[in-house]
Design a protein. Structure first.
Length: 259
C-alpha cells in the first residue's frame, strides 16, 4: 500500500492519468526524456554503448522498442520499430516475428525491451534467422544483483520474479506485461540452457552498471528525485564504484554474437 501511494505521489504529471499500454504514454515520454537532464544523459550513455562496437559491413541495423527515444541520432540508417504505430516509426512489430530476410541484419539493438517479451525463445530464434554471421544483438536490460533485487522487488512498478523456472509469462498489454528478472534468468542463471538451445548465439559480454542514476532521475514514469545539476556527481559516484557493479548494477549492457 505504501509503495502504491509513493508511486501515485511521484507519478509524472504528463502520463499519470494514462495507461502504460496507451500509445499516447510512449509518445509523451519523448517530452519527458527531453525535459529531465539526468534521464537524457542516461539515454545518451545507453545509445552510445549500443552504437559503439556495432559490427561493420553488410546488413541493416534495426531497433526494437524505439518508443520515445532517439537512437537514430547515434546510429545512421537505423530502422526504428515499436509494438504499436507512432509518428515517425518505420515498422510495427514485437520482435517475435520480424519482416526481414534470412541473414539480412548486422545488428539488432534495444533498450528495456527483452523483459517485456512473453516468449523470448521466439525472439532469439528470429534473431538467429535474421542476423548474418558475425551480427550482434546489443541491448540494455534490467539486471539482477543484490542491490537491484531489493529495488525491483520493493519499489519498481513492473513485475519481478527471479525465482520462476519459466522463460515465459502471461501475455497482457505490450508494455504492462513483463518480468524484470527475465534477462538475468535466461542469460545468467540459466546460461547453460540458453547455450544449448541457441548454440549460434554466443554471449559476448555482460556489463552490469548504473545503480543510482536511473533511480534519482525518476525514469520515464516518475518525477525527478534530484535536480539536473547533480548529474555529474551521480555519474562520478558510479564510475568510482565500477569494481562493485556485479553487486550494485541495476542494468546491464548485453552483447550476443551470431556465430
Amino acid at each position: 500500500m505504501a509503495v502504491d501511494l509513493l508511486h501515485r505521489w511521484l507519478a509524472h504529471p504528463l502520463t499519470a492519468s494514462l495507461k502504460l499500454d496507451d500509445p499516447a504514454t510512449t509518445e509523451l515520454r519523448k517530452r519527458i526524456i527531453a525535459s529531465k537532464p539526468i534521464l537524457k544523459s542516461i539515454y545518451k550513455d545507453w545509445y552510445g554503448m549500443l552504437a559503439r562496437g556495432l559490427p561493420a559491413g553488410e546488413g541493416r541495423v534495426v531497433e526494437l522498442g524505439s518508443g520515445g527515444g532517439f537512437a537514430a541520432e547515434f546510429i545512421p540508417g537505423l530502422i526504428t520499430s515499436e509494438v504499436f504505430a507512432l509518428p515517425g516509426m518505420q515498422l510495427v512489430g514485437n520482435g517475435q516475428a520480424m519482416p526481414f530476410a534470412n541473414e539480412s541484419l548486422r545488428a539488432i539493438v534495444m533498450k528495456n525491451v527483452l523483459h517485456h517479451m512473453p516468449r523470448v525463445r521466439l525472439f532469439f530464434a528470429e534473431a538467429t534467422r535474421c542476423l548474418r554471421t558475425g551480427g550482434e544483438i546489443r541491448m540494455i536490460e534490467p539486471w539482477v544483483t543484490p542491490w537491484s533485487r531489493q529495488i525491483y522487488k520493493r519499489l519498481h512498478e513492473e513485475p519481478f520474479d527471479a525465482e520462476t523456472r519459466e522463460w515465459e509469462f502471461a501475455e497482457s498489454g505490450p508494455l504492462s506485461g513483463a518480468n524484470v528478472a527475465l534477462p538475468w534468468i535466461v542469460l545468467s542463471r540459466d546460461r547453460e540452457q540458453f547455450d544449448a538451445e541457441f548454440p549460434r548465439l554466443k554471449i559476448k559480454g555482460i556489463q552490469p552498471m548504473m545503480p543510482f542514476r536511473y533511480i534519482v532521475s525518476g525514469g520515464v514514469g516518475m518525477r525527478s528525485l534530484m535536480p539536473g545539476f547533480t548529474q555529474g556527481v551521480w555519474a562520478g559516484l558510479e564510475r568510482w564504484l565500477a569494481p562493485q557493479m556485479h553487486r550494485l548494477g541495476m542494468f546491464a549492457l548485453i552483447v550476443l554474437q551470431k556465430m
